[in-house]
Design a protein around this ligand. Structure first.
Ligand code: KG4
Ligand code: ZN
Length: 352
């Protein structure tokens, strides 16, 4: 089965074609990723310090068809060879989601092929299975850390997700982005703060580890951001932040956030009795988080898996792949209903 995936939930237009045969033959699913294309709008939004929804929708309209053509060419697929089309139905920006939904439905109608709306976070959640050498078995605990969400989920199978804990305020990626802004770094903040932190000194600042000992699996990052703000203001009251002061703050921030994410992930594994952790979402690209999780998991004999770096942030491959997995599990899901809606707000544990 060849599935075309279309992702337009935020500021990245992603398109990909997956072939399910390697995965059906018991090989890593990543081998079936025939082609993928991505256009990032970051440069367009950078002057605004964040994503401008209307600009995002308009840009998706411009990019999506050329990217589909590119993926068809690179995967050497004709339109007729597409067996199904998957698109991101939510959560995300309403106007941006509508672009992918309209294109997917229109193409499916023209080709008389089935079409399937996918939950964006389910795409992230299953993306580690796309690693070239991955051999991940259900059940596992998933740490979902993106710009909009921070959640620990128990994943028993495709579509079987139990929320174990989540952030009560800011998402981890949002905390990175806000810290970047406070330090005068450019959007998106995650990569910028991470790069700067590498040069910083861990001893310079001890920021709080919010809710580390709360006894549950929830998170809170708003207080950490306030602690960073307080420190920045204190320094700025006497002089402008130097590059090394910025690096020290970035390092203190990353240390704190990583420590909490690692500690709660280990607690989730202990609580569920599961032995496998899967990390997904943009913050999963952070190298310090990866190294710390790796070290903690080795100690406890847990396995930890990540998506390949280029599939950590938004992309079409994860949507194509989630669509393929859903259709394999339940072929009835393939709809030839050409009406559609998008779900800008959509809790993952409400997915059936
Ligand atoms: O999953 P994603 O691409 O989009 C959402 O669904 O939100 O995640 C984007 C988030 C942004 O907040 C970005 O700053 C963060 O992931 N991010 C990172 C890194 N790369 C991206 N955070 C920390 N370290 C990184 N290397
Ligand atoms: Zn995402």
């Amino acid at each position: 089965m060849r599935v075309l995936g279309i992702e337009t939930s935020c500021d990245e237009t992603g398109v990909a074609m997956v072939d399910t045969s390697p995965w059906e033959a018991g090989e890593p699913a990543g081998k079936g990723l025939l082609a993928q294309a991505l256009y990032s709008q970051i440069a367009m939004h950078v002057d605004y310090g964040g994503v401008v929804p209307e600009l995002a929708s308009r840009d998706h309209i411009k990019r999506v068809l050329p990217l589909i053509n590119q993926v068809l060419n690179e995967s050497k697929s004709s339109l007729k060879e597409i067996d199904a089309i998957a698109y991101t139905q939510g959560p995300g920006l309403a106007g941006a989601l509508l672009v992918g939904a309209s294109v997917a439905k229109g193409l499916a109608l023209a080709l008389n092929k089935p079409v399937l709306g996918i939950h964006h976070l389910e795409g992230h959640l299953l993306s580690p299975l796309l690693a070239e050498r991955a051999n991940i078995q259900f059940p596992f605990v998933a740490l979902l850390v993106s710009g909009g969400h921070t959640q620990l989920m128990k994943v028993t199978g495709v579509g079987e997700y139990e929320l174990l804990g989540e952030t009560l305020d800011d998402a981890a990626g949002e905390a990175f982005d806000k810290t970047a802004k406070l330090l005068g770094l450019s959007y998106p903040g995650g990569p910028a703060v991470s790069a700067l932190a590498v040069q910083g000194n861990s001893e310079a600042h001890q920021f709080p580890r919010p809710m580390k000992h709360s006894g549950d699996l929830d998170f809170s990052f708003a207080g950490l951001k306030t602690a960073v703000l307080t420190q920045v203001k204190k320094i700025q009251s006497s002089h402008d932040l130097s590059e090394s002061e910025k690096a020290d703050i970035a390092k203190g921030f990353v240390d704190a956030i990583v420590e909490v994410l690692v500690s709660k992930s280990m607690a989730a594994l202990k609580q569920t009795g599961l032995k496998t952790l899967v990390v997904a979402g943009g913050v999963g690209a952070n190298q310090q988080l990866r190294a710390s999780l790796e070290a903690a998991c080795v100690k406890q004999s847990y396995a930890v898996h990540y998506p390949p770096l280029h599939l950590c942030t938004d992309n079409g491959a994860m949507i194509a792949f989630a669509g393929a997995m859903r259709l394999k599990k339940n072929p009835q899901l393939a709809s030839k209903d050409w009406g559609f809606d998008v779900r800008p707000r959509w809790p993952l544990d409400q997915l059936v």
